[in-house]
Design a protein around this ligand. Structure first.
Ligand code: ZN
Length: 152
């Protein structure tokens, strides 16, 4: 099981210990949940989107180290990003984990530390769960408050 060493890199364990952007987001405009029954991972991702930019992001729930670290690093990577850029990152990260694209650190940044998950097919879902939730959240705007009518 020594091969697990490249699965659980220090940065992965560190994000599992202290996940970034973890908690509720009162100002959320978009939200979605992700569940991976195979592993027991269950998380929800909340976004505050304004003018096609992800102004803020938080996630909640529980999961294994790979799931928590991947989602934590995702929030760091997409916070402040254009929706379009976040979608592109999601697609490229997914492509790396499913083996259709080489890991490129200049593009992925810290996320490159999860590239080794591609060699563990039963863990790929763990690493992608938060990203799937992100994709769903971007398509799931929360019900807006009743439109304002100006008195006339
Ligand atoms: Zn998992």
């Amino acid at each position: 099981m020594s091969a697990d060493l490249d699965l659980y890199q220090d940065i992965v364990l560190e994000h599992k210990r202290a996940p970034r952007n973890f908690g509720a987001l009162a100002s959320a405009t978009h939200r979605a949940q992700g569940t991976n029954p195979q592993c027991g991972d269950q998380i929800s991702v909340a976004l505050q989107v304004a003018q096609d930019r992800i102004v803020d992001v938080r996630f909640q729930g529980q999961g294994c180290a790979i799931c928590m670290a991947s989602t934590s690093m995702m929030t760091e990577a997409i916070k402040g990003a254009d929706v379009q850029a976040a979608r592109q990152l999601q697609q490229r990260f997914r492509a790396v984990l499913t083996g259709t694209e080489e890991a490129d650190e200049t593009y992925l940044g810290k996320l490159v530390s999860l590239a080794g998950v591609a060699r563990y097919p039963n863990r790929i879902k763990c690493a992608l769960l938060g990203w799937h939730a992100l994709g769903h959240a971007l398509q799931t705007p929360l019900a807006t408050t009743a439109p304002e009518h100006t008195a006339s």
